[in-house]
Design a protein around this ligand. Structure first.
Ligand code: SF4
Ligand code: SF4
Length: 179
């Protein structure tokens, strides 16, 4: 709609001064006029900021914790195919990879992360050939530090001891934390 001289148009949904890119569509023509949207006019910006912040957290957290390879895990679960080739009976290696990325001690311990002996048998099942033994080893040391600093919940440690999920390298630390 063309603007009549001397008449202010407050709620136009087209801008005929912009070039026509398709029949009836001018470049920069909005579906809704920002003035109509009131409180929600910045909602898309807030949502975009949230998405970017979440992405940055996903990348920056593993970098800060010295476990950058975990960023590349697709969470595709192909490494579950390791099955009984894991000598200590860990079936959900992807759980360990994700726990290592986000620093989730409970998830790591619950899935047997503290009994991994870093043999590397699971690595060839990873579609990206990620260095799973190193990723799990780095998370084991993070978890050991968390146990020493009493950051790992007591009930998680007690359950892990009951279920035989603690490797011999970590038993002293766990027993001390429970004592
Ligand atoms: S590296 Fe750990 S999780 Fe992988 S097969 Fe060996 S013991 Fe199992
Ligand atoms: S196969 Fe590799 S990329 Fe896929 S979930 Fe397992 S560790 Fe992640």
């Amino acid at each position: 709609m063309a603007k009549e001289p001397g008449k202010e148009i407050k709620h136009t949904r087209e801008d005929t001064e912009q070039p026509l890119v398709l029949p009836g569509i001018h470049r920069y023509q909005f579906f809704s006029n920002l003035k109509d949207r009131g409180w929600t006019m910045n909602l898309d910006r807030v949502a975009l900021f949230g998405v970017v912040a979440a992405l940055l957290a996903t990348i920056l957290k593993p970098l800060a914790r010295g476990n950058p390879a975990t960023i590349y895990c697709y969470e595709c679960r192909a490494c579950y195919a390791t099955q009984d080739r894991c000598p200590v009976g860990i079936f959900f290696q992807a759980e360990l990879a994700v726990a290592a990325r986000v620093g989730d001690y409970d998830r790591f311990i619950r899935n047997g992360g503290l009994k991994c002996i870093r043999c590397g048998n699971c690595q060839s099942y990873c579609v990206q050939y990620l260095p799973l033994p190193q990723m799990f080893g780095a998370m084991q040391e993070d978890t050991r530090e968390a146990i020493r600093r009493k950051l790992a919940p007591r009930y998680v440690l007690a359950r892990a001891m009951r279920e035989g999920l603690v490797g011999k390298e970590f038993i002293d630390d766990v027993v001390k934390a429970l004592g």
